[in-house]
Design a protein around this ligand. Structure first.
Ligand SMILES: *Cc1c(COP(=O)(O)O)cnc(C)c1O
Length: 400
């Protein structure tokens, strides 16, 4: 049977692999040789699932959104990752990776962050496990996501503001990789999305796959069948989407819709819509679609959403798009903002700006009335309130 999943060499079709400097070879090789054995061990499974249950608060609810369903003419369920401890799906992955780091004998943790949700998740698990933590964050993001910066500091992490490039996620990741190259022996790099050299994309997808495992059980209870007609999620690097689709990836009854950040529009030059605008290249240790100019220089991405402001995309998602297994839409800033106000005023749920890019696909869909749709709300919007309130009185954005 055809599978869309990773092959034994760490590729999804032509995307993925490990393109790393010599100095990191041993660290990446050690991870590659150990991750599956550790993840599948009884010990790991027990500790991981106990923490997901008692600490994160899983399973996260699958909520039937009645008013939104009426509006869009389908049966819309929201997978509520916004209700997790620390406010997003990132904590699932951070817990898994810190357990892995401990089992591999690493003493120091580094992480990169965009919106700050992965930084907060990493800082949280480091407090929990008593490990030193340094988080790299672009200086632009330090400003636009200051609440998360304060949270990381409170948790005892060192937040390192990065001033290169346009001072966002790409630049923070460059700096984290530089740190890793200087301390390859004792440092574990907790990557926050399905990106980076193999085995990270597969590792992160597996740790986030708890999302679709729960969706299966919850749909069976609520709908009497364990699969939806549609799965919808936003994609930055692709981890919440990977978790949402993991157990359905080869089930062709389920249509996959992914929302990437259009910024000011895919023709505007100010966009982070990598699948629409990218060409094949190498970034941060893996081969994928990359936004680049004619000389192959990575171009600066733009999105109102710090968590989606990245010029690459996970290799899984590049593959799903190329094979037309998934439909990818570019959702612009204004469409995402409108969707955030709509969910807030229709269901009383303030989504993260990132998640609003998944919601922003709804007005472009054509459903049948009994279609079962599951849309993942990857995080909550507390961190984005300053941005939202700027648009509250703009009738183009908030018609409520
Ligand atoms: C980080 C983040 C994203 C984007 O990352 P993915 O790896 O694509 O999931 C989306 N939503 C929220 C709330 C985030 O914090």
């Amino acid at each position: 049977m055809k599978t869309y999943n990773i092959d034994t060499n760490g590729y999804y079709g032509e995307f993925g692999g490990a393109y790393i400097p010599e100095i990191l070879y041993q660290a990446v090789e050690k991870l590659r040789n150990n991750y599956l054995t550790i993840l599948e061990s009884k010990d790991f499974q027990k500790e991981f699932h106990q923490l997901l249950h008692d600490y994160v608060g899983r399973p996260s609810p699958l909520y039937f959104a009645r008013r939104m369903s009426e509006k869009y003419g389908c049966r819309l369920y929201l997978k509520r990752e916004d209700l997790n401890h620390t406010g997003a799906h990132k904590i699932n992955n951070a817990i898994g990776q810190i357990l892995l780091a401990k089992k591999m004998g690493c003493k120091r943790i580094i992480a990169e962050t965009g919106a700050g949700q992965h930084g907060v998740a990493a800082a949280t698990v480091c407090a929990l496990m008593n490990m030193p933590c340094r988080v790299y964050m672009g200086a632009t993001d330090v400003e636009r996501q200051h609440v998360n910066v304060e949270r990381m500091k409170m948790l005892g992490a060192e937040v390192y503001a990065v001033h290169s490039g346009n001072k966002t996620l790409k630049d923070a990741t460059n700096e984290a990789i530089r740190d890793w190259c200087s301390h390859p022996d004792d440092t574990f790099y907790i990557i926050g999305s399905t990106v980076g050299p193999h085995p990270y994309p597969d590792l992160v997808a597996r740790l986030q796959s708890i999302i679709s495992k729960e969706i299966k059980q919850q749909l069976l209870e609520k709908e009497g069948r364990d699969y939806p007609d549609y799965l919808m999620a936003c994609i930055g690097g692709g981890s919440n989407a990977a978790g949402t689709i993991y157990h359905y990836i080869d089930d062709l009854r389920v249509k996959l819709f992914l929302g990437e950040a259009g910024g000011h529009g895919i023709e505007s030059g100010e966009t982070a819509a990598t699948i629409h605008c990218g060409k094949i290249g190498i970034i941060h240790g893996f081969r994928t679609l990359v936004m680049q100019d004619e000389d192959g220089q990575v171009t600066e991405p733009y999105s109102i959403s710090a968590g989606l402001d990245y010029p690459g995309i996970g290799p899984l998602h590049a593959h799903l798009a190329q094979e037309r297994r998934a439909t990818v839409m570019a959702i612009n800033d204004d469409e995402a903002l409108r969707a955030a106000f709509e969910l807030t005023r229709t269901e009383g749920i303030i989504p993260a700006l990132e998640s609003a890019h998944a919601l922003g696909m709804l007005p472009k869909m054509r459903f049948q009335p009994d279609d079962v749709v599951v849309l993942t709300v990857s995080g909550r919007g507390d961190k984005d309130l300053d941005t939202y309130l700027k648009y509250k009185d703009d009738p183009q954005i908030n018609s409520f």
